[in-house]
Ligand binder design. Structure first.
Ligand code: AMP
Length: 209
């Protein structure tokens, strides 16, 4: 089974994908994580995409298309962060066709600006293991320290007020067409992403049964 998880930055895609990985035996493919790793390692690709990511803009479609083509070779995936516009959806369709793969559901975590700004500005991530926290909704036991591995918590470089605003705007510009695209295919699953992590997850499980 292959799933696409879609929603604004901060809508909970990463958190839900981690749970789905275990229960559905799927592999999470987060394009944002792949790109951040490239930036961290200062690869050629990392240097190419860093400027776009810092501004909260989308990396050009041809660049991310190449990355996705490699990434989805696995059996059974949850695609998190791709596609983000209609052109990327067409590119993905073509790649899937070439690979003889299908997507069962396009799960949309519906949210709003207020929730997104709150979640992103209070998001903290463990530098060592990547675990996610929220300073009020999901705080670590000891401030600034990861519960799992005692690593140091930090904020993502693009989780600052100006870039959050830009990322929300990019999302608004693109999401309608993308939702229509998958609605027409009959695989759109809309979920209220403003609810708690557990409530959202149980709704996903019900819908994917
Ligand atoms: P994310 O971790 O999903 O919030 O993505 C972080 C950043 O990576 C975005 O703001 C973009 O700059 C870039 N990015 C992630 N996914 C895509 C995509 N599908 N197309 C273009 N750029 C992307």
């Amino acid at each position: 089974m292959n799933i696409i998880l879609f929603g604004a930055p901060g809508s909970g895609k990463g958190t839900q994908a981690k749970r789905m990985e275990k229960d559905f035996n799927l592999k999470q493919i987060s394009l944002g994580d792949i790109l951040r790793e490239q930036v961290k390692n200062k690869t050629e690709l990392g240097q190419e995409v860093e400027g776009y990511m810092k501004q909260g803009a989308l990396v050009p479609d041809d660049v991310v298309g190449r990355v996705i083509k490699e990434a989805i070779k696995v059996d059974g995936f949850i695609l998190d962060g791709y596609p983000r516009n209609e052109n990327q959806a067409h590119v993905l369709d073509q790649i899937l066709q070439e690979m003889n793969k299908e997507v069962k559901a396009f799960v949309y975590l519906d949210s709003n600006e207020e929730t997104i700004v709150d979640r992103l500005s209070k998001r903290r991530i463990c530098k060592a293991c990547g675990a996610n926290y929220h300073t009020t909704n999901l705080p670590p036991k000891v401030e600034g320290i990861c519960d799992n591995c005692q690593g140091e918590l930090s904020q993502r470089a693009d989780d600052n007020p100006e870039t959050i605003k830009k990322r929300w705007q990019v999302f608004l510009d693109e999401n309608r067409k993308l939702l229509d695209f998958y609605d027409k295919k009959g695989i759109l699953v809309r979920i209220d992403g403003t609810k708690s992590i557990d409530e959202v997850y149980s709704e996903i499980k019900i819908q994917l049964k």
